[in-house]
Design a binder for this molecule. Structure first.
Ligand SMILES: *Cc1c(COP(=O)(O)O)cnc(C)c1O
Length: 396
């Protein structure tokens, strides 16, 4: 297969072309290699590939041409050395931990995490002897104070789910490195279009590609971006032997998603900004959390870390209790009630009773997740229709 060199291309061009490999048929769109295995011309070739003496595919749990194209495009976008695609975002998060940690190690993470990530850090890793400490991610001193000699990794997301706090990547990366730990960043909410955590010192970046990267609510997927060294020492073997590989079909869908990622994310952000301003002016809304608004507590940090944008997610508190929140949700017509995010369709969720239902009430309140809090993933509809929908439901 022939590959084009892309060294000089800018990001938007790379999103469309990077990593494309054409077969002998010269197909325009990336080919979908829906194959689990590969055949060898002769026994010697099979032997050489297994021994690592010859390049080539062996088995799609290890690698697959369509999946490799997706990994190359993600690598170019993130500016990392390499990447491995996974079946889901949670498979990427779990791989970023299990591939290198062992019993006796320790992990420090921010409390405000996507609920399944918090489960992996707080409940799952300790079952295998990996201790964890959860800190208030905004409080830099807590990160430092939580470190132990056996601390091997820091884990965080920014903006956080659901309150959209912005964590200081550079400061936290420095503390991780002072303590010999790797910083792993879940970059789902910002996407690589707005934020590239490695530029601020992150060692590993993980994605749920299910969200903005597919962006059209079709397939599950994930990705781990890291150094060649980390791949060589840890991730390659973990992926080969434990099997969280992305399906070629999903990689093909994700590749097509990446081609429009830049324009989609910018439109999500434009729409979100208009709606955040509208909600901020409404008397029925108690508080709006949107990093793009000057009244957000970490607004300046958001502007510096997220390419001057506030992102496509908004959180807000209604004036009232849970029944008020439910009445508002049920009155919406364009915006759909769904816990997914990063979709063309605007989706809204009530974290207390859905995504964060698993947490004890005390832990929820500590994170500022009250019964009147809502999280809105702003879609690509006409923003006037979205604003009308919110206005109508606020009056309900
Ligand atoms: C959705 C999500 C995940 C998990 O991704 P899946 O593809 O659903 O497994 C992890 N982190 C964040 C921030 C997410 O939004």
């Amino acid at each position: 297969m022939a590959k084009k060199s892309s060294k000089q291309w800018r990001p938007q061009t790379r999103l469309v072309h990077e990593g494309t490999q054409r077969s002998q048929h010269g197909e325009n769109a990336e080919a979908l290699f829906l194959t689990s295995g590969y055949v060898y011309e002769n026994a010697q070739t099979a032997r050489d590939r297994f021994a690592g003496d010859a390049d080539g595919f062996i088995y799609s749990r290890f690698s697959n041409p369509t999946v490799s194209m997706f990994e190359e495009r993600m690598t170019a976008l993130e500016g990392s050395e390499t990447a491995r695609a996974t079946a889901t975002g949670m498979a990427a998060v779990t791989a970023s931990m299990l591939s290198h940690l062992q019993a006796g190690d320790h992990v420090v993470a921010a409390k405000a995490l996507f609920s399944s990530c918090r489960y992996v850090i707080e409940d799952f890793l300790p079952r295998f002897g990996v201790a964890s400490t959860l800190v208030d991610g905004l409080d830099i001193e807590q990160w430092r104070a939580a470190c132990r000699p056996e601390t091997k990794a820091f884990f965080l997301e920014t903006p956080t789910n659901p309150r959209l706090e912005i964590l200081d990547l550079r400061s936290i990366a420095d503390i991780a490195h002072d303590n010999g730990a790797l910083l792993v960043v879940d970059n789902v909410f910002a996407t690589p279009i707005l934020q590239r955590p490695m530029e601020f010192g992150a060692d590993i970046v993980v994605y749920s590609a299910t969200k903005y990267i597919d962006g059209q609510g079709r397939c599950l997927g994930g990705c781990v971006l890291c150094s060649e060294q980390f791949l060589e020492d840890h991730l390659r073997t973990y992926m080969r032997q434990t099997g969280p590989a992305m399906s070629p079909f999903n990689a093909w869908v994700m590749l097509k998603g990446l081609e429009t990622l830049d324009i989609r994310v910018r439109r999500h952000c434009d729409n979100a900004r208009v709606l955040a301003e509208f909600l901020g002016e409404s008397s029925a809304v108690r508080r709006v959390f949107y990093p793009g608004l000057p009244n957000h507590p970490q607004h300046n940090l958001a502007m510096a870390q997220m390419d001057g944008s506030g992102g496509g997610m908004i959180a807000f508190e209604l004036d009232g209790d849970q029944s008020r929140a439910f009445r508002f949700l049920d009155a919406l017509e364009v915006i759909l009630i769904s816990n997914n995010l990063g979709d063309t369709k605007s989706l809204i969720t009530h974290p207390t009773t859905t995504t964060h239902q698993r947490l004890e009430e005390e832990a929820r309140l500590e994170l500022g997740i009250g019964e009147n809090l809502l999280r809105l993933s702003v879609g690509l509809e006409d923003v006037e229709d979205l604003r009308d929908d919110l206005e109508m439901a606020l009056a309900a």
